[in-house]
Design a protein around this ligand. Structure first.
Ligand SMILES: Cc1ncc(COP(=O)(O)O)c(C=O)c1O
Length: 435
């Protein structure tokens, strides 16, 4: 649509004028990085901002603009960028030496903290990313069941080589996946029945993150639990993002206990890590004191900086009580956005739960990925650019992640920015959605 194209062009040209240093840095980076980029999700047109520093809930770019950071490292930056408690835990670990090549007390403490928090975890193992955690969980399920087939969901995201956003991805690992639709209870149940005794596992995000922050329907998740049990397959909850919701993630809110859970993002206090775990029986497969155990390798599985940061983050900062309070306050913020959109009768909706939000162009909550219209998708670049131009750093697909250091002033400014966007573009949004 011409009006939308020209609104996006206009916003981009204001962005280009405001960010000469970022533009030059992006151009220079093209020499040694393809397109100047080493992480696809961080690219957007006309070029991404280059960030120079972060402090609390704010980031500053090369041109000296300061933004409230709602990208929040796609949920990993729960603690912001300079939490003193986490920083001093990292410094202490550094002072005592890195790259130890031996067990340390840090990973034991972090394992205890995680197992005491997440109902499905008797034991865990660490790795370096959420992707790796999911690869390990899926591989474990294949070994434990002696089966090959895996069931995942369209528009699910489990890592750079296990993603189904808009279909299968060319870089995906060649595992034997069958795909069902998220929140389609009958469809998923009958596919599980169909695959039956060939099915090793079902992997699911209890809230579909990259696919639009769509809450998993409770009956849907309960059905997956029951059906996997019926056919002897494992149920894997990918809580890499959702573990931050409340003291023990989505599994702590509903009465569904997966066989395996995967974690990542915030559990390393902002440093790289991942974990997978489950019942003592399944995890015993990795016990090196038992003959024939599975060997799970990884040079940096127990790297001391991530382990120390994770211990401090979970024991001293994001205590179960703070996690409960943060879920409540961030959910109140999300609901306040929806109240504002409804009052203005603008077709915008803050989907998700608590601190995991995605702005959709719709009057209703998005319950399935197929509810996301082409019009909604085409409006995202405009929203993204306009929010950046007003000092609100958000993901290019309209995700907002709240972080602990965000204060009321920053949150109300963000609400004001969204309100201004809604006022300015309501007629255009309505036209685009009607087209
Ligand atoms: C639900 C989910 N699983 C897994 C991953 C992969 O984690 P990582 O990027 O640490 O490999 C992500 C990353 O965004 C995610 O959102």
């Amino acid at each position: 649509m011409e009006a939308l194209r020209s609104a996006i062009e206009d916003a981009r040209s204001r962005y280009v004028s405001a960010n000469p240093q970022s533009q030059a840095a992006d151009k220079n980076a093209e020499r040694y990085l393809p397109g100047g980029n080493t992480r696809s999700v961080l690219y957007y047109e006309p070029f991404p901002l280059t960030v120079a520093s972060g402090n609390g809930a704010e980031l500053t770019d090369l041109d000296g603009h300061t933004y409230v950071d709602f990208v929040g490292e796609y949920s990993a930056a729960l603690f912001g960028h300079s939490n003193e408690i986490i920083k001093s835990a990292i410094h202490e670990a550094l002072d005592n030496g890195v790259a130890m090549g031996a067990p340390t007390q840090y990973e034991r403490e972090l394992a205890r903290l995680l197992c005491e928090r997440f109902p499905s975890l008797d034991q865990v193992r660490f790795c370096n990313t959420g992707t790796e955690a999911n690869l390990m969980a899926l591989s474990t399920a294949r070994v434990v069941t002696g089966r090959n087939k895996l069931l995942a969901f369209n528009d699910g995201y489990h890592g750079g080589v296990i993603k189904f956003l808009g279909g299968r991805c060319a870089l995906n690992v060649p595992f034997d996946f069958v795909l069902a639709d998220y929140n389609d209870i009958d469809g998923a149940a009958s596919l599980i029945d169909e695959v039956g005794d060939e099915l090793a596992a079902v992997i699911v995000e209890p809230i579909l993150g990259a696919g639009g922050n769509i809450q998993g329907n409770r009956t849907f998740l309960e059905t997956l639990r029951q059906k996997t049990r019926d056919v002897g397959a494992l149920l894997i909850f990918d809580e890499v993002k959702t573990a931050r919701l409340g003291p023990s993630g989505v599994q702590g809110m509903i009465d569904v206990k997966p066989d395996l859970t995967t974690l990542g993002k915030f559990i390393g206090g902002g440093l790289p890590t991942g974990a997978f775990g489950g019942s003592a029986e399944v995890m015993a497969q990795f016990n090196p004191k038992i003959a024939g155990a599975l060997a799970h390798a990884g040079t940096f599985n127990n790297n001391v900086c991530s382990m120390a940061a994770g211990c401090a983050a979970l024991s001293k900062v994001y205590t179960p009580q703070l996690a409960t309070e943060f879920l409540e306050s961030s959910e109140a913020f999300r609901l306040s956005l929806n109240e504002m959109f409804a009052t203005k009768e603008v077709p915008m909706y803050a989907n998700g739960l608590g601190s995991m939000i995605a702005i959709h162009f719709s009057r209703e909550p998005t319950k399935r990925p197929s509810d996301i219209t082409a019009g909604c998708q085409s409006l995202r670049p405009l929203l993204h650019m306009e929010l950046l131009l007003d000092g609100m750093l958000v993901c290019r697909r309209g995700d907002l992640f709240l972080s602990l250091p965000m204060d009321d002033e920053q949150l109300s400014k963000a609400r004001g920015t969204l309100e201004q966007f809604a006022d300015r573009y309501k007629p255009l949004i309505e036209d685009v959605l009607a087209a």
